[in-house]
Design a protein. Structure first.
Length: 279
């Protein structure tokens, strides 16, 4: 293993010798040494021992090999909260904050909300933190993901604020209805080249792609939502940059009204949804 940082080096020297950019170097130093940003500055003459140098070199190598910083450090900020993340869950992204904002907007007071495919729990927990009046159920098919979601719920919410349930979409849900359903399902088309690039190489493949045309999860979610939504309840789903029309067409074909899409901060139509009027 390449040794970029030597035992006996000071923190200041480590920052100069690191092959990473300054921000990522600071993040790894803070993580490995248990220091705050201020302490990193005030203790810049602190000398690394052999064990610390070895640990930092291992972290540097992981990053140089392309592993996401979120997995190396073990957390990522989302909607103003820090969430635990591991390779068992997707890394929460700023684009998904739009889905949280829409969920907060469309969920009626003191109603039920369902988060399908919760992963780290970021969406459900961010909504619950803002809206303690809601009864929130968050499901995922992965037990490992639900363990991470439980840790994040304990980190940010009072006990029993949300219900976590292992389920393949709606299959294990009890017979109840929800005023709002939100989801960020796998939507990348199978064999898409992006799956072999950047951070996606390290993220759980089943949370990224449906191993089909990128729309199979939407077909299941939309079809099942018709009996799971209360009258005039809303279904809101994140999707890929070029999928808004296809998702809108699926919603319309299943009888949803007020079908529309919303842009993220980059102006890309990122979330589509509609209301279902149970005649």
């Amino acid at each position: 293993m390449s040794a970029y940082l030597a035992a006996g080096s000071t923190i200041a020297q480590c920052q100069s010798a690191s092959p990473l950019d300054a921000l990522e170097t600071r993040m790894l130093l803070m993580h490995a040494l248990g220091l705050s940003r201020v302490q990193l500055i005030t203790q810049s003459d602190k000398i690394l021992d052999a064990e610390q140098a070895q640990q930092l070199n291992a972290l540097l190598l992981r990053r140089i090999n392309g592993e996401p910083m979120a997995y190396i450090i073990g957390e990522r900020e989302f909607f103003g909260l820090n969430f635990y993340v591991t390779p068992d869950v997707l890394i929460p992204r700023p684009d998904t904050e739009l889905l949280v904002e829409l969920g907060l907007h469309y969920a009626p007071q003191a109603s039920r909300l369902l988060d399908l495919g919760t992963g780290s729990g970021a969406i459900a927990i961010a909504i619950a933190q803002q809206r303690p009046d809601l009864q929130i159920t968050a499901i995922d098919v992965s037990p490992a993901a639900l363990n991470i979601a439980a840790r994040n719920a304990a980190r940010h919410l009072p006990p029993n604020s949300i219900t976590l349930l292992q389920s393949d979409w709606y299959s294990a849900l009890p017979a109840q209805q929800f005023s709002t359903i939100v989801s960020n399902p796998p939507y990348i088309v199978k064999d898409d080249q992006h799956l072999r690039q950047g951070d996606l190489r390290f993220e759980p493949i089943d949370a990224l792609t449906d191993h089909a045309d990128g729309l199979s999860a939407y077909r299941q979610i939309i079809s099942g939502a018709k009996i799971r939504l209360t009258k005039n309840g809303w279904l809101l789903m994140e999707h890929g940059y070029d999928q808004s029309q296809a998702v809108q067409e699926l919603l319309a074909a299943h009888g949803f009204s007020e079908v529309q899409s919303w842009p993220d901060l980059a102006g890309i139509l990122r979330v589509s949804g509609g209301s279902f009027d149970r005649q």
